[in-house]
Design a protein around this ligand. Structure first.
Ligand SMILES: Cc1cc2nc3c(=O)[nH]c(=O)nc-3n(C[C@H](O)[C@H](O)[C@H](O)COP(=O)(O)OP(=O)(O)OC[C@H]3O[C@@H](n4cnc5c(N)ncnc54)[C@H](O)[C@@H]3O)c2cc1C
Length: 379
């Protein structure tokens, strides 16, 4: 059970100074606050304003346009943005995982060219992992890159690719060698300019009626040799190092916080003991999740790769988020209505529509529990 120790999170003094600055900035910002799904808002102007403040790519070294901050300072800024329901969706993938991936495995040209643009809030990324027959079992991806004169030729299709239609680049995972005995071998990652000939995005409209994700078809897409990220055939190891970042952050339990806040406001009008108990329980869960997530940020900052801990936080956090609409719905008699003028009604409708996806994106709960079971020696 030692595997499950979550060390005490470290507080960063610099982070606490930043917290005050971010709050002041957000107090003066009068843009559109998303009704409930905190990172749902896509607002290029807001991303640029954050970039100008130095709050994107905070961990990049200064020579790449970053702030040279640690992960703990970035954590503080992110949780303040989420709490304020700020529209961070445009730059969030680049900031959270594509930029750090390029910093760790990219070549100098990729870093020089792209990291400063990410830090400025002007360059967005999408993740090309899932395929029509390959989601949880990523080793089965069939999109293939074949070596040709001067580079690679890519053919295949990706699915559920969030923001592919408005991203500048994709981090593409594909096969560069036939399936071997070790199924995870022979995968590689590429930096793909979304304007490259042969790439077609087809929209998939989600249950809320929004166009966030896509099918992406790649037909005879030529990539120059230096589009390869890291080492040919080591895509699997590189992807897994990305996943701890993807799974452990506050966006895995704070994306429905808007609905909880609106619930608290609505409770003032319709006071009830049951409502107060429910709110207390939700806040207690949130504070425990926050403690666990900050503990992981501390471990990553100390150079560890806490993939197991991240799987636990993602599972607990997204199940918590998924339960929120049902928990709230049973306490207050409010009709959920998307776009309603009453904030709680709109927020409730929004979380009802978004809750099903929480436990799928970024790894399903069954897959995460498989990781946990493995570490307990149960499989
Ligand atoms: C909102 C949203 C955004 C997304 N954005 C992206 C994106 O930007 N880029 C991207 O690449 N993908 C993205 N995805 C895709 C997501 O990562 C996959 O949907 C997810 O990994 C599951 O894969 P699948 O849909 O192929 O389902 P499958 O893998 O076919 O799973 C179907 C069911 O079987 C279960 N299952 C599968 N394997 C096991 C196992 N070994 N043990 C137990 N149960 C198992 C699963 O838990 C699930 O319930 C997004 C998904 C959503 C909902």
């Amino acid at each position: 059970m030692n595997n499950f120790v979550f060390p005490r999170p470290r507080q960063s003094e610099l982070g606490e100074q930043l917290r005050a600055e971010v709050r002041e900035f957000l107090d003066g910002w009068h843009g559109d606050r998303h009704a409930a799904a905190a990172f749902g808002g896509f607002d290029p102007e807001f991303s640029k304003a954050l970039g100008a403040r130095g709050w994107i790519g905070m961990g990049f070294p200064k020579r790449y346009g970053g702030g040279g901050y640690g992960l703990l300072e970035r954590y503080v800024v992110l949780e303040e943005l989420l709490a304020a329901r700020a529209p961070i969706f445009a730059h969030s993938v680049a900031d959270r995982q594509s930029g750090p991936l390029l910093l760790k495995f990219g070549n100098e040209r990729q870093r020089d060219d792209i990291l400063p643009r990410i830090a400025a809030g002007e360059c967005y990324f999408c993740i090309g992992m899932s395929e029509p027959d390959s989601g949880s079992d990523l080793a089965s991806v069939r999109t293939r890159a074949t070596k040709v004169d001067g580079g690679w030729l890519v053919n295949g299709a990706k699915i559920w690719t969030s923001s592919a239609h408005r991203s500048h680049y994709m981090i593409l995972l594909c096969r560069t060698a036939p399936v071997a005995e070790a199924r995870h071998a022979g995968l590689s990652q590429f930096l793909v300019d979304m304007k490259t000939r042969g790439i077609t995005c087809r929209p998939i409209v989600n249950i809320a009626g929004d166009h966030d994700f896509n099918e992406v078809h790649l037909q005879d897409v030529f990539l120059p040799a230096d589009a390869l990220i890291g080492v040919e055939g080591e895509g699997w190891q590189q992807v897994t190092s990305e996943l701890a970042l993807e799974r452990s952050g506050p966006e895995r339990f704070m994306s429905h916080q808007g609905a909880v806040e609106e619930f608290a406001v609505a409770l003032k009008q319709q006071r009830s003991a049951e409502g107060a108990r429910t709110l207390g329980r939700l806040v207690a869960h949130l504070s425990i999740l926050r403690r666990m997530s900050r503990s992981i940020a501390t471990m990553i900052a100390d150079g560890q790769e806490p993939a197991l801990h991240a799987a636990l936080v993602k599972d607990l956090g997204t199940c918590f988020e998924q339960d929120i609409p049902e928990t709230l719905r049973l306490v207050l008699q409010t009709e959920p209505e998307a776009g309603a003028s009453e904030a709680y009604s709109a927020a409730l409708a929004n979380v009802i529509l978004h809750a099903p996806s929480c436990t799928i994106r970024g790894g399903t709960k069954e897959v995460l529990r498989g990781i946990v079971a493995k570490s307990l020696g149960l499989r």
